[in-house]
Design a protein around this ligand. Structure first.
Ligand SMILES: Cc1ncc(COP(=O)(O)O)c(C=O)c1O
Ligand SMILES: N[C@@H](CCSC[C@H](N)C(=O)O)C(=O)O
Length: 379
């Protein structure tokens, strides 16, 4: 089955029992047992639910995994993945990850005894130099949130395998439409499905998959034991969103490429961050491992111009946290999505106070450019 078809017919896409072309929403917490321990494969909805199972099978098919897991949020998925590790274990984490992932690591997991080294994962030598005897995993985003940095997944996976550690890729920005980390050698893939997979800013959800049998068993155990699962209604909505992923991603990228051109030559813009720009340091790796550059752009205004004034004066592009939806969203990472990272660490990673992040939607391009012009006229 080819990719676009998988989004529509992959996993479990319909109901054999009734012929329903969509998976029913199994709104139940528990299941009747014919005899003690004799049931139809489901005993309690934290452990398993047919609607969630359909989505879990779908994400595995989309990413080339052997089993998928759906969580109440991307953050719940991240936490469950980190629960694979024990007190004293060391994990290497990319230096530009979502602020909530940093917060989870810095404020919670450290307290529980995990240790971390923050590394610029675009530098493979730096990763290798950070590996210790107790290193168990490398966790990274590519493209990163919000600086759109690109890491060579295949090179990281090779280093990880050489040292017998696992590699985990947050694939939220690229989506499996543009990038398949498991095929490049990674062990676990994570998504905030609240973003492109859902695609309509209407659900918070997380998806995880792996192609490793042992990791799949451990993740399945942890998902049930910790319990941060996605409910049946939200599982259904994410599955519906995924059906249109391919056409949405093409439309996001089409608009983003034109907006990057517009911003890149604008006198009020100092710098544009987009992996599809030939001047981007990760351009050639992005071209090698991605089939498209996506719809996320970050940019800095020329010195002295107010990012706050700019975003607050837009009329169409919505000032909001989140990304990856049909409507364009804009925000200031330092004050919004990455506000939980202490200023010093944030600046070290390159997230300046005035950085603006734009999630390009699929509206008419002319309306988006007109709105950006309005913002520039106001500063
Ligand atoms: C790249 C990335 N990973 C993970 C998360 C966490 O996802 P969620 O908001 O669904 O918990 C987010 C955003 O929140 C994100 O942008
Ligand atoms: N205020 C929230 C931040 C949500 S950020 C959502 C998304 N990952 C994005 O990058 O836009 C919090 O503190 O968790």
């Amino acid at each position: 089955m080819r990719m676009k078809t998988t989004y529509i017919h992959g996993g479990i896409s319909h109901d054999e029992a009734t012929g329903s072309v969509n998976v029913p929403i199994h709104q139940t917490s528990t299941y009747k047992q014919d005899k003690v321990g004799v049931h139809k494969g489901y005993e309690y909805s934290r452990t398993g639910n047919p609607t969630r199972a359909a989505l879990e099978a779908l994400i595995a098919d989309m990413e080339g995994g052997i089993r998928g897991f759906a969580f109440a949020s991307g953050s719940a998925g991240t936490h469950t993945i980190f629960s694979l590790f024990s007190k004293g274990d060391h994990i290497i984490v990319g230096d530009d990850v979502y602020g909530g992932t940093y917060r989870l690591m810095d404020k919670i997991l450290k307290r529980l005894g995990l240790t971390f080294t923050i590394v610029d994962t675009t530098k493979i030598d730096a990763i290798e130099a950070s590996i210790q005897d107790n290193t168990k995993a490398i966790f990274l985003e590519t493209p990163t949130n919000p600086l759109l940095k690109i890491t060579d997944i295949q090179a990281v996976a090779e280093v990880a395998k050489k040292h017998n550690i696992i590699s985990i890729v947050d694939n939220t920005f690229a989506t499996p439409y543009h990038q398949k980390p498991l095929e490049l050698g990674a062990d676990i893939v994570l998504h905030s499905a609240s973003k492109y997979l859902g695609g309509h800013s209407d659900v918070v959800a997380g998806l995880v998959t792996t192609n490793d049998k042992k990791l799949a068993e451990e993740l399945g155990f942890l998902q049930n034991a910790i319990g941060g699962i996605l409910g049946p209604q939200d599982s259904w909505i994410i599955q519906r969103g995924i059906k249109t992923l391919a056409i949405r991603m093409d439309a996001h990228e089409y608009n983003a490429l034109k907006i990057v051109e517009f911003l890149d030559q604008h006198p009020k813009v100092f710098k544009v961050y987009y992996p599809g720009l030939a001047s981007h340091p990760g351009y050639s790796i992005a071209k090698k491992q991605m089939t498209g550059f996506g719809g996320m752009i970050s940019f800095e205004l020329t010195e002295g111009l107010s990012a706050k004034l700019f975003v607050e004066n837009l009329k169409l592009i919505t000032l909001a946290e989140s990304l990856g939806a049909v409507e364009s969203l804009i925000e200031i990472p330092a004050l919004m999505t990455h506000g939980s990272i202490p200023k010093e660490d944030r600046l070290k990673s390159g997230i300046k106070d005035e950085l603006i992040r734009l999630s390009v939607g699929i509206e008419d391009l002319k309306d988006l450019i007109e709105d950006l012009e309005l913002g520039f006229a106001s500063i």
